[in-house]
Design a protein around this ligand. Structure first.
Ligand SMILES: [Zn+2]
Length: 627
């Protein structure tokens, strides 16, 4: 406080200095001053080595309707501002604009003036082409939980910056899920001062509780002892258990990237809905998801953040799905650095840049090994796309329909880009493309967080104002009663969720498409053992489905069935090996996780042999002292 007070001119009119989670918030009655004299804050940051933000004092914040009117007058109509979200806990207005770049300082828009006139800090975001319910839901919950959040941020700051109890430094990793298996990713990092959890997933295919969820029972840790939960990306096997942590008493922070929050809650809400409809195990409810939202702190890539007295966190691009991150933990005063890859793609895709590898330091690496066996080499992208196009062309030319069961997040957006590209260039037969399920919702989140996409897509969306995910060929089926058009005679492509034929609108299409030899079911994603998708792929001639009344229906599968390999968000064997070789200084230990037992084993031996680094491929329920 004294550093801050000594550095701040009286004109800044600072009224309060408070913790705001991992940041220090300076409340001011003269926000324009600090905006114009930005050096004041950067000087303080350089001295304190802590994140500092300015907040406007509540008394100067104009009522919402007035503030909105003022902004509507200040914002040029060209910017296409169409959404205003007021965050009372932080005193921020998020403006959603069709052309967000027009509201930047570089484009001549005076954000300081906007803050001065409204008394609110203005942040600008890209407005999606269709409203995103998931993003609205996050906004709505954050607003409803304003008081809780304000209190939470203050207490969290005090916990993060609490004095250290000891000068000894040691680091232990406890494996709670996704070791020698894929699913329920979870591990715990324990130091002398703190306990931090990385990922908190479910195992979607499993039947028994003991292999469905992270082994917290074994970890000997109560939810209240955990300092932070860090989520690498929004796939259920990495975050599906998270709301249950709140149900059972965790009330600490979740750290994830900005797009991970709406994507994660979209999938968790769907998870709850499916369990309610199909009578599955309901491990948490919507209210637990709201609790999670209220406790989530989102961070952009590359920002260093204190999460406990001796651990700093940085997210970097993992190239896997929107917002996916590798987790870099800096422990103690330079004692030890851990990089946890989560799921990553060390290679370019249509959607994302390749995973970041240039960490300042890393001693212990925890890498996934989904494709960790030597023979797991993927064909190059051009080849994959050519196979995909040929697989569709044959069926369309014969007047048939192609059904693509697809996961809503990631793969769907990539396939949309591929379909549009090849139809426009007439390499793929032109035909209507119907999509149903959460695809459009997930696509809206991709547009909204275009900053997290590949360089090309980012430029298209943010600079040129083009939406690459829409096309004259695409039709969204918004309601089951609108499916008639998709079923009408003639060639068509249908994309529907879920990707493994485990529930969702895809089942209705499946029933309609499967009995005809003219049609084709085309898989583009991994089919887990035990799912209907896997049975169909393995050549099952019949499938039994449950109808709404709970009666079993038998569907004859006479159509062609094919899988195109290579549209993967994971690194293949070569990419993992190359990624590991890039890391500096020389690694001290590599832990291999997130792969079938044989793959973890194979990859661990390969890394040891090639780079002469000690490696391990522990099972679930092991504790490893890494420092
Ligand atoms: Zn994943």
């Amino acid at each position: 406080m004294s550093t801050i007070l000594n550095n701040i001119p009286a004109d800044a009119q600072i009224t309060r200095i408070e913790y705001e989670g991992p940041r220090i918030a300076l409340y001011t009655r003269n926000p324009a001053f600090l905006h114009k004299n930005s050096y004041v804050i950067s000087d303080i940051v350089n001295t304190l080595k802590k994140r500092v933000v300015t907040r406007t004092e509540k008394s100067i914040r104009k009522p919402e309707s007035d503030a909105r009117k003022i902004l509507e007058q200040l914002i040029p109509p060209d910017a296409g501002a169409n959404g205003y979200f007021f965050d009372d806990a932080l005193g921020e207005i998020i403006v959603e604009a069709a052309k967000p770049r027009l509201l930047s300082t570089e484009a001549g828009f005076d954000l300081g003036n906007a803050m001065d006139q409204t008394g609110w800090k203005v942040r600008v975001r890209k407005a999606p082409h269709i409203p995103s319910t998931a993003i609205q839901n996050v906004y709505y919950t954050m607003k409803a939980e304003s008081d809780t959040r304000e209190k939470f941020y203050k207490e969290l700051g005090e916990a993060i910056f609490r004095p250290r109890l000891t000068s000894t430094e040691h680091v232990t990793i406890k494996t709670l899920g996704a070791f020698q298996e894929v699913g329920r990713s979870c591990l715990l990092i324990e130091t002398a001062e703190s306990k931090v959890m990385l990922d908190c997933g479910v195992h979607p295919g499993s039947r028994y509780t003991w292999d469905a969820y992270p082994r917290l029972d074994w970890a000997d840790v109560s939810p209240g002892e955990i300092d932070a939960i860090i989520i690498s990306h929004a796939h259920l096997d990495h975050m599906g258990f998270l709301p249950a942590m709140y149900k059972y008493g965790y009330d600490g922070p979740v750290y994830c990237t900005e797009p991970t929050l709406p994507l994660m809650t979209l999938l968790q809400n769907d998870f709850v809905k499916i369990a309610q409809i199909e009578g599955g195990r309901l491990i948490y409810e919507q209210k637990d998801i709201r609790d999670e939202i209220a406790h989530t702190i989102t961070l952009p890539y590359g920002m260093v953040t204190d999460v406990s007295p001796d651990i700093k966190l940085v997210f970097n691009n993992a190239g896997h799905i929107l917002g996916s991150a590798t987790v870099h933990l800096h422990i103690g005063d330079g004692a030890h650095n851990i990089v946890y890859t989560g799921d990553y793609k060390y290679g370019r895709t249509q959607l994302f840049d390749s995973a970041t590898w240039n960490y300042p330091r890393v001693e212990t690496l925890i890498t996934e090994s989904t494709y960790g066996a030597k023979e797991d080499i993927m064909p190059v992208r051009e080849e994959v796309e050519a196979t995909f196009v040929n697989a569709i062309n044959g069926t369309l030319k014969a007047g048939g329909k192609v059904l693509i069961p697809i996961p809503a997040v990631g793969r769907a957006q990539e396939i949309l880009l591929v379909l549009d590209h090849y139809m426009k260039s007439k390499i793929l037969v032109e035909a209507p493309v119907f999509m149903e399920g959460m695809i459009s919702e997930a696509t809206a989140i991709h547009v909204s967080y275009a900053d997290y996409l590949s360089r090309e897509l980012r430029a298209k969306i943010l600079e040129e104002g083009v939406n690459p995910f829409t096309s004259e060929y695409f039709t969204e089926v918004e309601h089951p009663t609108d499916r008639e058009e998709a079923y009408r005679e003639g060639p068509a492509i249908i994309m529907a969720t879920s990707g493994m034929l485990e529930g969702g609108p895809v089942l209705d299409y499946f029933e309609n498409i499967a009995p005809s030899e003219r049609n084709k079911i085309l898989f583009v994603s991994y089919q887990v053992q035990g799912t209907l998708g896997r049975r169909v792929l393995d050549g099952s001639g019949q499938a039994s489905l449950m109808d709404e009344g709970g009666k079993i229906k038998i569907v004859d599968v006479k159509c062609q069935v094919q899988k195109v390999e290579g549209f993967s968000g994971h690194s293949d064997y070569n990419q993992i090996i190359r990624f590991v070789g890039k890391l500096r200084p020389k690694l001290q230990l590599v832990l291999v996780n997130h792969g079938d037992k044989r793959k973890t084993e194979n990859l661990a031996y390969a890394i040891q042999r090639i780079y002469r680094v000690p490696t391990m491929h522990p099972a679930v329920q092991e504790a490893i002292r890494v420092y």
